[in-house]
Every structure is written in structure tokens, then in C-alpha cells.
Write a protein that binds this ligand. Structure first.
Ligand SMILES: [Zn+2]
Length: 327
């Protein structure tokens, strides 16, 4: 079984000349490509195989971050094709009225580009804001497979992994003032994410809605109690929004460095049937049987037509990143 991960899926965005996203036309072409080579697993067969601890053949589509893109462009396309997907929604932005920090980072990079964004950050950053014991762990493991310029990688590494969480929000508040230029961030939340009503509609359309935590934090950076709160609170929010208890989770940022065996245990205790990590390989019967809370998933950029567009620029070639070993 191949599970595929998507984030932004949209037409060319306005006012975000440096943003990375999968153009909705490329998304459709990639679905065609999968359809020509594999089967898409039926939802009930997929859930049945997980419950019985065996693998099944075919493709499962997953969509992270609760983006309004998914409601506007992805779900209608899936419905048209008779397909379904798993939608991983973080929940903290609704009560807060601010974008989650991870998405503020994307928007800042999308508007200003890596060099300018890094310069704005360096003007604010001081030594005491950094949490140095994480630097070594995360430096090697992060963003190696993304095709970013060095300034973009530095900007993301500092804000996602190196800065202590107590400082990150304050630093991003300042940077967002530049982005908003007098606008209101709460309005941006409604525009950027699926609303709770849209989450319900996605669920009612036959999709699976899973949790992506409350605040999209790296779980391994949190104590066990905080991890539990991320899981319990996000599950409760989604149960309220959809009318069904969530049965799945995906780790914010992903990769084995972002969660621990205790995280997996907590998820199993809260009733997660399966959880997705980011590890570019097929899901085997052993994965399903022995480690259902860390199932592997491919980024869509490992397959043809999955390469990100950059601002208004479309990828030159539909070919996947080198070395994926599929064709
Ligand atoms: Zn995410």
C-alpha cells in the first residue's frame, strides 16, 4: 500500500510570489497517473485491513493541515472521481484567532522570500531565545528532502526546531505585523483554514477527518502531559465538529525525530487505530501489525506531477525527485 501526503493544493496564489504549493491541475494529473497504475483502496477495505492487522494493495490519499484548499479544491475533485481521503486537521487556530506558527512561517516565506524573511528574523532574534540542546538533534534530520534555498531552510529550522516555544510566538507576532500591514489575523484564519462547518461537510462527504494536534508542535519537544493534552483536546474538538470520535493522527512535521514510543502509546490509549509518520516507503503488513501508530507515507513530490510550483512558476518537468526508484 502507498499512502501519499499532500499539503497546499491550489491554483496560482495571489500576493505570495515565493510560496510553494501543488497546482490543482498537477494534483489532477497525479491522480490520473495513480489511477493508470494502481487502484485506490476503498475506504472500508482500508479500515478493515487496519483493524485485522494486514496490509492491502493500492493508494491512500492524505491531506495535512486543515487548509481551506482542501475544502475548495481537493474534496470536490475527490467526490467527482468517487475517491476519498484522510484529512488531518490541527485545531488550535479557531479559539486563538491566529494562524498556527507553522503556517505563519509559510506565509512569511511566501510573501517575502527566504533571504528577506531570514533578514527580518535575524533583526529580532537574540541568543537567549534559542533552545540549544535541540540544535544538534534536528539539524541533520530536517528539510534534507525539500528543495529549498539555504535562507529558507535556515528560517524554517530556526523557527520550527531551534527557537524555544516560549519565544517563537512573540517573534512571529512581530513578523506577522509586517505581513498583515494593518489587516486582521482572525480574518486570515477563516480564509486560510477549513472552518468547523466545512470540517463537518468533509466528514459527511465520506472522508476521514483525523487529528494533527492542537498547535502543530513537534511532539518530541513536549513533556508527556503536554503531548497528551495535544491529543486529547484535538480529538475532543474534532469529535464535536464531526459528530464522530477521530480514529487517526498524523505527527506534526513528521519523521522519527518528532515523536517517541510514548507518543504512540498515548495515541493507542486515546483510541487511534493508526497514525501516519513521514517515511518514504510502502506500508507493509508488518507495519500494520507491529507499528500501526507510525505508518510510512510518501510526499506527493516523490511521484510525477507532484513537484511544487513556486509562486507563479510551474515546475519545468513532471518528473519526480531523483532516486525514488518507482519508474
Ligand atoms: Zn502539518
Amino acid at each position: 500500500m502507498k499512502s501519499i501526503m499532500y499539503h497546499y493544493v491550489r491554483p496560482v496564489p495571489t500576493q505570495l510570489d515565493y510560496s510553494r504549493y501543488l497546482h490543482v491541475d498537477d494534483f489532477c494529473r497525479q491522480l490520473d497517473w495513480f489511477a493508470a497504475r494502481y487502484t485506490f483502496i476503498e475506504r472500508d477495505a482500508f479500515l478493515g485491513s487496519l483493524r485485522e492487522g494486514r496490509a492491502c494493495e493500492g493508494v491512500v490519499l492524505t491531506f495535512d493541515d486543515g487548509l481551506s484548499d482542501h475544502y475548495c479544491y481537493v474534496v470536490p475533485e475527490l467526490i467527482k472521481r468517487g475517491l476519498w481521503g484522510v484529512f488531518y486537521v490541527p485545531t488550535g487556530m479557531y479559539s486563538k484567532g491566529k494562524l498556527l506558527d507553522v503556517h505563519r512561517i509559510h506565509l512569511l516565506l511566501g510573501r517575502f522570500g527566504g533571504d528577506m524573511a531570514l533578514k527580518l528574523l535575524q533583526d529580532i532574534l537574540t541568543e537567549e531565545m534559542m533552545s540549544h540542546h535541540h540544535v544538534k538533534d534536528f539539524h541533520e534530520a530536517t528539510y534534507g528532502s525539500q528543495r529549498n534555498d539555504p535562507a529558507t531552510n535556515s528560517f524554517k529550522r530556526i523557527l520550527n526546531f531551534f527557537i524555544s516555544y516560549e519565544w517563537r510566538e512573540r517573534v512571529l507576532d512581530q513578523l506577522m505585523e509586517r505581513f498583515l500591514a494593518g489587516g486582521n489575523e482572525r480574518d486570515l484564519v477563516d480564509e486560510f483554514y477549513t472552518t468547523p462547518r466545512q470540517i463537518r461537510a468533509i466528514h459527511d462527504a465520506g472522508m476521514i477527518v483525523g487529528s494533527h494536534g492542537v498547535s502543530h508542535l513537534v511532539m518530541s519537544k513536549l513533556g508527556l502531559e503536554e503531548q497528551e493534552r495535544e491529543i486529547v483536546d484535538s480529538f475532543a474538538f474534532l469529535e464535536d465538529a464531526t459528530g464522530s470520535r477521530p480514529i487517526t493522527f498524523c505527527y506534526p512535521h513528521g519523521g522519527f525525530h518528532t515523536f517517541t514510543r510514548e507518543t504512540e502509546q498515548l495515541l493507542a490509549t486515546q483510541g487511534a487505530l493508526f497514525s501516519f509518520n513521514v517515511e518514504a516507503r510502502d506500508v507493509t503488513a508488518d507495519d500494520v501489525r507491529l507499528r500501526p501508530q507510525a505508518l510510512p507515507r510518501y510526499d506527493c513530490n516523490k511521484f510525477p506531477f507532484g513537484t511544487a510550483s513556486f509562486g507563479p512558476k510551474r515546475p519545468v518537468s513532471p518528473q519526480p525527485a531523483a532516486g525514488h526508484g518507482l519508474e
